[in-house]
Design a protein around this ligand. Structure first.
Ligand code: PRX
Length: 635
């Protein structure tokens, strides 16, 4: 029996059991049967969570793009690999076949080489959702360069931090980007970022919006003429299984973002296998994930997972609200989308506009609906199920992280019975455990605790770029011999998991991870600010939104508080990006602190959430009077 494609619930259990009883044998079989290798591995797995060190398929040699592209040329050369839907619905969609994609990736790879990029070099990609983004990712992988994609909504300061952290010497960008009815000056943002990045030698610029931009002599070059002159012949660089494939930054609870490093073979095997099963992709299906390639969801489930399976993957440049809130449904009808993968925040935003726009379009092509990025609330789940899936298409609520590389807890559609708000069961090979605060595993059902994973899976991030100690401290120190996810979860009476949210200082806003520390750092740069604390509070559309408690240096007298509010949000936009702006800002004479000086975020969180029935004993605080004051003036 091939275990590659799971078709029913009993099969899931059989395969799952096999995958945890003998993981090496299981993953070896999957790797052997479904991928092209230049050399087979000497050892399937070696691991030690105390170091931590994890290696999959050691000794193997391969190139992931050979698996994404070359392997399909004979049988699927003319099949659409990337279906590009532009921002403006009046512009034609672009169908890029496997043959064409192969050619364009090879040309791009040669351009990178001509610009001095080779194996192991880091390339920072700051591009909108245009084909060049996917192509450049693959071009890096083709020649063994390590891509570091930075979401093109991040500010210049956030971009320069990421460029410097991984020491990228080449940056890819475009003159600008379209976002609904607006355009964004991406090149201007890059220029500003590069004033702080002395080691960047080259910037290659794709033309998208035809705006007037400044090209810096000796540094900036237009991409297209280089591609036009470039050869479409580019042999893949032969990579070791554990060679770096990419770095992707994610927020942590302290200042610097964490550059999660993913390596080649394990990531390939796991993203391909999860894609096939979680979306039940069949030949000729059109699959659409609405994420941006700047996030892990886009890396694993727009680019690598689908292409490894020879799928047609739709890439959408625009936003769900342009030209109106029916845009997603229009695209589904137009391209006969079969699998649709989006985020709860998008579902809530669209649900707000009622069902009229959904009902206007024929969505009967849909077979599977996916959700990712944050817990999906019951109301959104039902709206999605009733109005988009018409109660016919199972919803896969997929829980995973930048660090996990691929989907970890999820139903398998048409096999696992779904349950609203539950990510349900661990995927094949995944061994979750719930831990209590004393470090003990909580066995049995109907329990809740901190979510850990006790055995490695092929696509786990191997380190934080340049900071292995932080990797160890963040993920492997809270619980002995376990990977700690930072999430809380509960396990119901049948063993289904429901993710309850972060248990650290990371807040998920519209599906984006935001650490409180970098936001507080940005706020504290304001000359009038003495101190600040950020917490999350429930928000109808964003899931969570940000509430800032801010103490000003003087009493704030003579200051226009609204101006300070604006300036603070401006600072946050500059340092991080508009996604991290605060929804509410309360000025307070002080922040509640323990006697050792630690800010009591738990109390602040409760007040911001209007849940003050059980604040606990505040009398032991250093400044209990401040709690009353904050409660009286809560926004
Ligand atoms: O808290 C969990 C939440 O998103 C976090 C990971 O964020 P990021 O690394 O940006 O990756 C997002 C896309 C994979 C997790 O620690 N999260 C993600 N998916 C879900 C979720 N929470 C609940 N349910 C989910 N399906």
């Amino acid at each position: 029996m091939s275990n590659y494609h799971i078709k029913h619930f009993e099969e899931y259990f059989q395969v799952y059991r096999k995958s945890v009883r003998n993981p090496e044998m299981f993953w070896e079989e999957i790797a052997e049967e479904h991928f092209a290798w230049r050399k087979k591995w000497d050892q399937v797995l070696s691991w030690d969570f105390t170091k931590p060190e994890i290696k999959w398929f050691e000794g193997a040699q391969l190139n992931i793009t050979e698996n994404c592209l070359d392997r399909h040329l004979r049988t699927k050369g003319d099949k659409t690999a990337i279906l590009f839907e532009p921002n403006d619905p009046r512009d034609p969609a672009e169908h890029i076949s496997y043959k064409e994609l192969h050619e364009r990736v090879c040309k791009f790879a040669n351009v990178l080489k001509q610009n001095g990029i080779g194996k192991g070099d880091r390339v920072c990609i700051y591009l909108p959702m245009i084909p060049e983004l996917a192509i450049s990712v693959l071009a890096c992988a083709r020649i063994g360069a390590v891509h570091s994609v930075v979401f093109a909504g991040f500010s210049s300061a956030a971009l320069s931090t990421r460029i410097n952290d991984c020491d990228a010497k080449l940056v890819l960008t475009s003159d600008g980007s379209y976002r609904g009815s607006k355009t964004i000056d991406l090149k201007g943002i890059v220029d500003e970022a590069l004033t702080d990045c002395p080691r960047v030698e080259t910037v290659l610029v794709a033309k998208r919006i035809n705006s007037e931009i400044i090209m810096v002599e000796g540094r900036d070059r237009w991409l297209q003429p280089l591609l036009d002159q470039s050869s479409s012949d580019c042999a893949p660089e032969i990579m070791e299984a554990e060679d770096p494939l990419f770095i992707l930054y994610t927020s942590g609870s302290t200042g610097m973002p964490k550059g999660m490093l993913h390596t080649t073979a394990g990531y390939m095997v796991y993203t391909a296998y999860t894609f096939k099963n979680v979306f039940q992709y069949k030949q000729d299906d059109v699959y659409w994930c609405t994420a941006d390639i700047g996030w892990i969801t886009g890396h694993s489930y727009i680019v690598y997972g689908p292409l490894l399976n020879g799928a047609t993957t739709l890439m959408f440049e625009g936003v769900p609200s342009y030209p109106d809130f029916g845009r997603f449904w229009e695209i589904i009808q137009k391209h006969q989308v079969n699998q649709f993968y989006t985020a709860p925040t998008a579902i809530r935003a669209l649900a707000k506009h009622g069902t009229e726009l959904v009902d206007k379009y024929d969505l009967s092509s849909l077979k599977v609906l996916g959700s990712v990025g944050e817990p999906i609330n019951e109301e959104a789940w039902h709206w999605y199920n009733d109005n988009v899936g018409k109660k016919r298409s199972p919803i896969v609520d997929t829980w995973w992280q930048t660090e996990t590389g691929g989907i970890m807890i999820t139903p398998i559609p048409f096999s696992t019975p779904t349950k609203p708000t539950y990510a349900t069961l661990p995927f094949i090979g995944i061994q979750p455990s719930l831990m209590d605060e004393n470090g003990q595993e909580i066995k049995g059902n109907q329990v809740s605790g901190r979510l850990c994973i006790k055995f490695p899976w092929p696509s786990i991030a191997r380190t934080i770029w340049g900071n292995h100690q932080r990797y160890k401290d963040t993920y492997f120190s809270a619980f002995t011999n376990k990977y700690f996810t930072g999430d809380g979860a509960l396990r119901d009476e049948v063993g289904y998991y429901r993710i309850t949210g972060r248990v650290d200082d990371v807040i998920i806003v519209s599906g984006h991870n935001l650490g409180t520390a970098p936001i507080e750092d940005a706020i504290n740069e304001h000359p009038a600010v003495a101190e600040s604390a950020i917490v999350g509070f429930p928000h109808d559309i964003k899931g969570s939104a940000l509430y800032g408690y801010i103490t000003l240096k003087d009493t704030g007298e003579g200051r226009d508080h609204n101006n300070v509010r604006k300036e603070i949000n401006q600072l946050i936009t500059e340092r991080i990006g508009p996604i991290a702006k605060l929804d509410k800002i309360q000025f307070t004479p002080g922040l509640p602190k323990t006697r050792s000086g630690k800010i009591m975020r738990r109390i602040l969180r409760k007040i911001a959430s209007n849940d003050t029935s059980n604040l606990g004993d505040t009398s032991t605080l250093l400044n209990p009077e401040v709690v009353e004051e904050i409660m009286e003036n809560v926004l």
